[in-house]
Design a protein around this ligand. Structure first.
Ligand code: 7TS
Length: 426
């Protein structure tokens, strides 16, 4: 990143997040309390879920306090206010990822997983059959891997996996070998939640389209921390989750090109998603409501739009830069230890702020547990990528994942805790 990007005031950002002033320890049966609470929280589990700024909490709280009402169907004042806020939230998210079709291209779902399942069920079940191929990568999250694997079983289609190289990059020669005339869908993670690898989605989109296949990019680890323009990427479908980008849990986004969403039949049926219903048949509502059956995620949608505002006001490029600097600093220190293995592309490459590693002789879960004594929250396990861990030759890894409110001092605390684990298990 050679372009000069002004840093932001991290302490100012931290003040936006009430939870970051928490101390942890003591009795976990009473969330938020405990007589022994004494150690300041170091939250490095942002890949799993990010924290929520006060203004996002306030936006949802204001909805419940002042205009809580069902949307789309009401003529009364509150319902109109709620409908406008909810519908406008779709426009805001369209703008956030460069979807020029606006709200018609933005379906609110529960999360990335549900976004993936929405296309797998509605498009995949209808269109796939024996002889068809779905191409994934070896670094897919279970959200994509299990979903397409099961749809393949139901339809008789095959799933193929593009290999990764020793540094956790996609083997593009192998991708060119696998993506061919039988390929119907290429589903690839934009940024790996374990390796930090940034995949060449635009090149994969070209490859998919040259073979009359569609491409679905899983943006769960990309949309929160790098500028995403779905049209520049050239993807047909894109998915991400609100809770990883300063937004609430319970809401995700499915982007789809308008003409594709138009052509696909929904798979969740019920109220709101219909236009005309008789005892014999039904027709579907306009986009995106045709894919949002039942009462939707109103407070969460409003909260997510606020999160998009928050991120854009700070500046996505600045967030990306900050996160990368922290990851780079952490990797530099970790690479200095010969008993630590760090996974994924080396420092200096375009990668994200997740750093997965193992310390010789210490199981990742034990490491995470010692970190917890330091109030450092990291994740340990397979991170919903069991086959990838098999490829890496380990059952589990420890993962620190940084975000806009983390500091270099917190990386130092992480390193201190690793050293303590080393002493304990030596
Ligand atoms: N895809 C990727 C790349 C992810 O990292 C995750 C969540 C998902 C999909 C699923 O997102 P969800 O919101 O539907 O659950 N990843 C992680 C993680 O790495 N640790 O906890 C959740």
């Amino acid at each position: 990143m050679s372009k000069h990007i002004e840093p932001f005031d991290v302490e100012g950002v931290r003040a936006d997040f009430p939870i970051l002033s928490r101390e942890v320890g003591g009795d976990i049966s009473t969330p938020g309390a405990g007589p022994d609470d004494s150690t300041p929280l170091v939250y490095l589990d942002n890949g799993a879920t990010s924290q929520t700024p006060e203004r996002v909490i306030d936006a949802m709280s204001t909805y419940y306090r002042e205009y809580n009402s069902n949307v789309h169907r009401g003529v009364h004042h509150l319902s109109q206010e709620a409908s406008i806020a909810y519908e406008t939230a779709h426009d805001r998210l369209a703008e956030f990822i460069g979807a020029s079709g606006g709200r018609e291209e933005i379906v609110f779902t529960k999360n990335t997983t549900e976004s993936m399942n929405t296309i797998a069920y509605s498009w995949g079940l209808a269109e796939l059959g024996p002889g068809d191929e779905i191409v994934l990568s070896e670094m897919e999250h279970h959200a994509a891997l299990v979903t397409w694997q099961q749809i393949a079983k139901k339809t008789g289609a095959d799933v193929k996996f593009v290999r990764i190289d020793d540094d956790g990059r996609l083997d593009m020669d192998h991708a060119r070998e696998l993506i061919g005339e039988n390929t119907e869908m290429v589903s690839v993670v934009h940024v790996s939640n374990v390796l930090g690898t940034v995949n060449p989605v635009a090149d994969l989109a070209d490859l998919a389209h040259a073979n009359d296949a569609y491409i679905f990019a899983d943006g769960a680890q990309a949309a929160p921390n790098r500028p995403v323009d779905v049209e520049e990427l050239g993807v047909d479908f894109y998915a991400f989750s609100g809770h990883k980008m300063c937004g609430p849990t319970g809401i995700g986004v499915l982007y789809g090109k308008e003409h594709l969403l138009e052509a696909i039949d929904p798979f969740l049926y019920g109220g709101m998603m219909i236009r005309k219903v008789s005892f014999e048949d039904s027709t579907w509502n306009e986009l995106p409501w045709k894919f949002e059956a039942g009462t939707p995620l109103i407070a969460e949608g409003i909260g997510l739009a606020e999160a998009a505002d928050y991120i854009d006001e700070i500046g996505m490029e600045r967030i990306q830069r900050h996160e990368l600097e922290l990851a780079d600093y952490a990797m530099e220190q970790l690479e200095g230890f010969d008993d630590v293995e760090v996974y994924g592309p080396p420092r200096g490459e375009d990668r994200s702020g997740v750093v997965s590693f193992n310390l010789d002789g210490v199981h990742a879960h034990d490491l995470a547990s010692i970190m917890n004594d330091y109030a450092v929250a990291i994740r340990a396990g397979d991170h919903c990528t069991q086959p990838l861990h098999e490829t890496l030759g380990t059952a589990a890894s420890a993962r620190a994942s940084f975000y806009l409110y983390n500091t270099r001092e917190e990386v130092d605390t992480l390193l201190e805790a690793i050293d303590s684990a080393r002493q304990l298990f030596a």
